[in-house]
Ligand binder design. Sequence first.
Ligand SMILES: C[S@@+](CC[C@H](N)C(=O)[O-])C[C@H]1O[C@@H](n2cnc3c(N)ncnc32)[C@H](O)[C@@H]1O
Length: 203
Amino acid sequence: MGFYQEYILPHVINLAMRNRDLVPYRERALSSAEGRVLEIGIGSGLNLPFYPPQAREILGLDPSPRLIAMAQEKAAGSSVPVTFIEGSAEAIPLDAHSIDTVVTTWTLCSIPGATNALEEMRRVLRPAGQLLFVEHGLSPDMSVRRWQNRLTPIWKRIGGGCHLNRPIRTLIEGAGFHIDQVETGYAKGPKPMTFMYEGRARP
Ligand SMILES: C[S@@+](CC[C@H](N)C(=O)[O-])C[C@H]1O[C@@H](n2cnc3c(N)ncnc32)[C@H](O)[C@@H]1O
């Protein structure tokens, strides 16, 4: 891992993700989290203040030890027990059917093997469990898509592997999930970066 990825990128991610416009998305998505929760790509722990009391335990997975260290500081003030796992969503080190809620917020864009990771999320979910997601991805507008496709090769080099053009709904369904609910639309900001998919899926 290079100097930028290891030392600079975690701070860039933390700053970018603290954007206040993302707070209503976090609040809506996390309000339905319950039971034993696995958050994929927990980053600097910005979702932690939004978990409701029905979330009785949180496991936070992330490959970046520096982001985990930032999240650990936030977890110190959390009333819910939080355990961190340094690892990748492509190989989740948990038993099958051991999780009630999987949460991903702005993470599927950066996981190299997103389909593999979603299959792993399905494996660890109990049959009655849920995947709660908020992700940015491929826009339905051709002019925006063209920019997303053009910019992704450069963007992913500075953005920790972030793809602007991932077809989030197709990826989730392709991994075998059934989508119960999904809302899409642009958030504030440049359109190639802000087409959001927000919803819930069942394994
Ligand atoms: C844009 S940040 C979002 C962080 C956090 N979910 C949030 O809402 O603030 C993307 C996160 O995905 C994580 N990530 C990248 N590759 C991953 C992988 N293979 N498995 C799990 N997480 C990954 C990054 O380390 C980073 O924390």
